[in-house]
Write a protein that binds this ligand. Sequence first.
Ligand code: DLL
Length: 445
Amino acid sequence: MGAITMAEVGGVAERHLHADVETMPREALRALQLRRLNATIAHAHAQVPLYRARLEGVGVGAGPLARLEDIATLPFTVKSDLRDHYPFGMFACQTSALARVHASSGTTGKPTVVGYTKRDLDHWADLMARSLYGAGARRGDIVHNAYGYGLFTGGLGVHAGAERLGAAVVPVSGGSTERQVALIEDFRARVLCATPSYALAIAEVAEQQGVDLRASALDVGVFGAEPWSDAMRREIEARLGVRAIDIYGLSEIMGPGVACECEHQAGLHGWEDHFLFEVIDPDTGAPVPEGHAGELVITTLTKEALPMLRYRTRDITTLTTAPCDCGRTHLRILRVTGRNDDMLIIRGVNVYPSQIEAVLIGRPRIAPHYLIVVERTGNLDHVTLEVEANVGVSEADFVWIAGDVAHHVKSLVGITVTTVIRKPGEIPRSQGKAVRVRDLRQQGS
Ligand code: DLL
């Protein structure tokens, strides 16, 4: 691997932070992946009883695989594997070798716990710095980091990457939105990192306070941790005056920075020197050809503490290896439209909440805040859409606005919904990942 060269502000010597790796010819990249994959298989086999049993079970043992494609012979790893081996049963190192632990609070039962060695943290900071650089952040910038700090990987992950880049981080975390607006203005932050829903909440509070963040130093937004639509991107860009960049990641694999868009905003570059990406048919598990949608499956190639072999993310997306205008050769993950688990089947039509979002945002008289309530009658899902009116819209108009929204959802998404218009401010704002769906089906109501 070539040495990592840090780009100077405005410097011309390096186009990218990790230019040598990011523009590697694909053949060399795939050869590197195969070497690292085989090292990961041997490591998992030696250190994790669950992996040893599974690898022996399919006759792969400690490897090596001859070709990258042979990965399709390995069994999948799923979230419940981590839960079943709570807390550290899938770790491939002693706890004494751990440098950090994070966890995600599932809605049911035990949290999913993930761990990092010092080297894992080092790689993570590197990949986050690479992601931020690609997004447009530079050494010397002020980065306002409104991702939650704590067990969630967002806050600390972005923090380490911004420091590695040579930027100054404002570690504000989520919440106290009025204060966030003041800090963004006063500290002249150029980069805002937050969930897209929280970015919108910040924009809204700024507008209520009479602060025009479009006139602030903000220039780049790095938004992720939840699905969001292009309509939402346009809304955020218009209200904050930033270029809104999509960033993807998950704790089981690392945290933020597994993939990130470059300034071309044309899909998220998945960092293939550290991860192997596949897309499968979620029903059969069979590989899906490039360009077709399916479930994203990720294998870690350098993780020490928690190697993951063919982890099923449940996220639905499409991959492309077509060249990007930026010159990076790493494949692109097209926008994650939603999770398998979030998909609704409404009278036979498969729908993700982000498809509904795409219809709602930007419609006249309604604000970009909504809630999808799902109930089941017999075998059928029934959807009620709660949508907020913009400030100043007369309540006398609510009925026709509801009809207009329902009509557009029907014609553009293809499902019948009941729409209820709420007054401004009635739909709860998020400080992190927004809750877009209230699912009453499990409660039998
Ligand atoms: O959300 C890591 C992260 C933090 C990513 C900050 C980006 C920015 P988890 O809490 O484990 O980790 O949640 C991971 O969130 O499987 C997706 O379903 C969803 N997700 C993350 N990024 C995106 C995105 C962090 N850009 C889960 N678009 C993932 C759509 C996303 N969904």
